[in-house]
Ligand binder design. Structure first.
Ligand code: MTE
Ligand code: LUZ
Ligand code: MOS
Length: 748
């Protein structure tokens, strides 16, 4: 089935937030934000702004009717700054007017007096000053202390990795409209409608049942709308509550880039020990997470960094420790991989450092240490159905890595200006929210008496193809045509208490609930047919009822009519909660993931050693999809995730100055991959496996894992640089922008 959104996307008919027909009298809102990163607010003068043409109101913390608090995990984040600001871009007030233009003009007339305070942008500095979001956490396996003595080789180092701007094509936004009895409907471009509903209720001081959140689709989320779609929706809702008018906000790109958090930058110290056969005997890592000025999702992100700190490798003795450091940057947030990529980058850096010191290829250490069935990870989960070696070996064989290596070596011998680099990147990513409590979902299915079906789940379509997969589940379970089924918007009145669509678990969780709902309905429908065909096996195939495998004359529509006239319920609401998972935070042990996703990629890059620029010749992947329920969509996820990961590792460079000012604040100063930076060839091979029972239709979650293939791009470039400039010590910090490559090429 092709993506059901494809046609409307191409025709421009798909509805995003800013396409919603506006009601007469709609007002527009513009957040007014801090221009300093840390300060006391001494005074604010709104008088001139309030007098500006078209300005209806300017709201601040004083206008909040409930609680001025939007922290999700920890209540440490005011909606509007009160006496102090903690980052540039923190919202102080909301300007509401009859047009966005008027709001922007009025914003220039607001005068704020700040008393500036010291600014911290570096996570290690924050940690040294005891500025932490939560207490540090530590995962421990075996005993590193005694293991060091058994190591033949020990290497230490430091590795830093930068953040990443989400750059969803649709910026943040929300549109609130008043309903009867002070209730409000809010269209929100959010991955988490329930999170928005909950915070609106809290800030407005009204029950959740007065708030309806509706989400048709997002023009991309990538984690950036898991938590950080909330403040904007809360702001327009507050304005709507106070002014009794529809209020809308659709952010400008530069406002969005300045005000919202990004992927977390990390700094890390590592120590790795190997025996003479290159088995990793011990690994210690300390992560300093740059959380920004409030918790947001940072504690959960930090946790996933620890969960993935040994990537696809078995290490018998591990200490992984992490600090969530409070700095004066916008609170950083979820981003595809959710801290996992940062954890993986550091162990890859450690392996590369070890390999280079030992004069061997990193692939020797990688391959020697891949996880196998029965291995225990640092958090106590015993791995089963491991495909790490399988994907690795299939990758080497299918793409003839030996020949590629020989070709690259020959190329490097004969070329001086251009050098090629190769790198191999295995991945292993855990599927489930690491917070066990969040792993549940619901689905609601109505069959109308004309035979058409409407479906609501808690899942949000953000481009990943969730709705298409949901449609497949319905059409395959009922054996009816796609044109009989409509997947409706995600709406908190139809499906309540949802987890955000995140952790790559959207299709698994919502799909399993939907499958249950459809199966329950199907059983009821079959019972209706059974009355006419007693003692025969009833099935529905291609919109026809079969009895003992013989086609009857009952069509799907006729069956529904019979059920309706017999007063059989044609609606069903089902609930799914992932079985088998558990985690004990006091021990830092458990079985937090339903399953893991595996894969291996080979990257080939050509570096222009005069310019420092690079081109990716190819990326060859063998990926463990299980039994992909939609290969076209899933391959798209691999390609998109890979390119996004390559961008993070190479071109994309977030720059804050020491005063917490974002310098890479627009697309002119923040370079993202474009069609020219995409690898010339991306080959994706599906590993032949059985899939996993806890994956929807045995089709493994695919949203986040491929991003981590991007890490291989970094090390491929490094190998090309090493081919040109072999005998220098190069630090392992990402991103590897062309400027940095150039510096390394000529480093002495
Ligand atoms: N693909 C597109 N096109 N747009 C997105 O915003 N988000 C990614 C991934 N793929 C995203 C995407 C992230 S961060 C996640 S967690 C998953 O999709 C969420 O969807 P799923 O759980 O249905 O895979
Ligand atoms: N969100 C979350 C996530 O709350 N918990 C997770 O484990 C997670 N993982 C990936 C992406 N978002
Ligand atoms: Mo994805 S970071 O789980 O939204």
């Amino acid at each position: 089935m092709i993506n059901i959104d494809a046609h409307n996307h191409v025709k421009g008919k798909s509805i995003y937030l800013d396409d919603i027909q506006e009601l007469n009298g709609t007002l527009y809102a513009l957040p007014f934000d801090s221009t300093v990163a840390h300060a006391k607010i001494k005074s604010i003068d709104f008088a001139a702004a309030l007098n500006h043409k078209g300005i209806v109101s300017i709201l601040t913390a004083k206008d909040v009717t409930g609680s001025n608090q939007i922290g999700g995990i920890i209540p440490d984040e005011p909606l509007f700054a009160e006496d102090e600001v903690h980052f540039r871009g923190q919202v102080i007030a909301l300007i509401v007017g009859t047009s966005e233009h008027h709001c922007r003009q009025a914003a220039k007339l607001i005068k704020v007096e700040y008393e500036e305070l010291p600014v911290i942008v570096d996570p290690r500095e924050a940690q040294a000053q005891g500025k932490l979001i939560v207490p540090p956490r530590q995962f421990k396996l075996g005993d590193t202390e005694s293991a060091w003595a058994k190591c033949d080789h020990i290497f230490e180092g430091r590795s830093d990795v930068n953040g990443q701007e989400h750059l969803y094509i649709e910026t943040q936004g929300a549109y609130a409209r008043p309903k009867e009895d002070e209730s409000i409907i809010i269209s929100s471009s959010t991955q988490g409608p329930t999170a928005v509903q909950r915070m609106v209720a809290q800030v407005l001081g009204i029950p959740m049942h007065k708030i309806e959140i509706d989400t048709v689709r997002l023009g991309g989320g990538f984690g950036g709308k898991e938590d950080q779609a909330t403040p904007w929706a809360v702001m327009v809702a507050l304005a709507c509550q106070i002014l009794h008018k529809p209020v809308k906000m659709a952010m400008h790109r530069m406002d969005d880039m300045r005000m919202t958090g990004k992927r977390h930058p990390y700094s890390a110290d590592f120590k790795i020990g190997l025996d003479k056969n290159y088995k990793i005997i011990a690994y210690e890592v300390t992560h300093y997470q740059n959380a920004g000025a409030a918790a947001d999702l940072s504690p959960a992100v930090m946790e996933r960094t620890l969960f993935h700190s040994t990537n696809a490798y078995f290490v018998p003795n591990v200490i992984a420790k992490a600090y969530s450091c409070k700095t004066n940057l916008p609170p950083n947030t979820a981003f595809r991989g959710f801290g996992g990529p940062q954890g993986k980058f550091v162990i890859e850096a450690a392996i590369v450092k070890a390999a280079e010191s030992l004069g061997i290829s990193p692939s020797v250490i990688q391959k020697t240490n891949l996880v196998v069935d029965g291995d225990e990870l640092s958090y106590g989960q015993i791995l089963q159905q491991v495909e790490a070696t399988n994907t690795w070996e299939t990758c080497m064989k299918s793409y003839d890595y030996e020949a590629q290596k020989n070709r690259v070596e020959a190329f490097n011998k004969t070329n001086t200006r251009f050098k090629k680099g190769l790198a191999i990147q295995p991945i292993c990513f855990g599927i489930s929210f690491t917070n066990t409590m969040m792993n549940h979902a619901r689905a609601l299915v109505h069959i109308y008496h004309d035979g058409s079906v409407v479906v609501s789940t808690g899942g949000v379509e953000m481009g990943q193809g969730l709705n298409t997969k949901m449609l497949q589940i319905v059409t395959e379970t009922f054996s009816i045509n796609a044109n009989k089924v409509r997947i409706e918007s995600t709406n908190t009145l139809r499906v309540a208490n949802t987890s955000p669509t995140a952790a790559s678990a959207g299709a698994d969780l919502n799909g399993k609930a939907l499958q249950m709902a459809c199966n329950n309905l199907l059983e009821r429908l079959k019972a209706v047919a059974q009355k006419e065909y007693t003692d025969q096996i009833i099935e529905v195939k291609d919109e026809m009822v079969y009895a003992n495998e013989i086609k009857t004359d009952i069509t799907w529509n006729a069956l529904i009519t019979r059920a309706f006239t017999q007063r059989v319920a044609l609606s069903e609401n089902a609930h799914y909660a992932t079985p088998t998972i558990h985690y004990d935070k006091t021990k830092e042990k458990g079985h937090p993931f339903a399953y893991h996703v595996y894969g291996t990629s080979i990257h080939e890059v050509t570096v222009d050693c005069l310019k420092g620029t690079y081109d990716f010749d190819s990326v060859n992947i063998v990926h463990d999809f299980g039994k992909s329920m939609n290969p076209t969509i899933d391959n798209g996820q691999i390609e998109g995730g890979l390119v996004q990961g390559i961008g993070w590792m190479t071109l994309e460079e977030i720059v804050f100055n020491d005063q917490g000012r974002l310098l890479s604040n627009a697309l002119s100063t923040y370079k993202v991959p474009d069609i020219y930076s995409v690898p010339k060839q991306i080959n994706i091979q599906h590993l032949e496996t059985e899939g996993h029972e806890l994956a929807i239709k045995k089709s493994k979650a695919v949203g986040e894992p491929p991003l981590m293939y991007g890490i291989g791009a970094y090390f491929a470039i490094r190998n090309a640089v090493k081919a040109f400039n072999p005998n220098v010590d190069l630090i392992i910090n990402a991103p590897y922008t062309p400027e940095k490559v150039l510096m390394d090429l000529y480093k002495k």
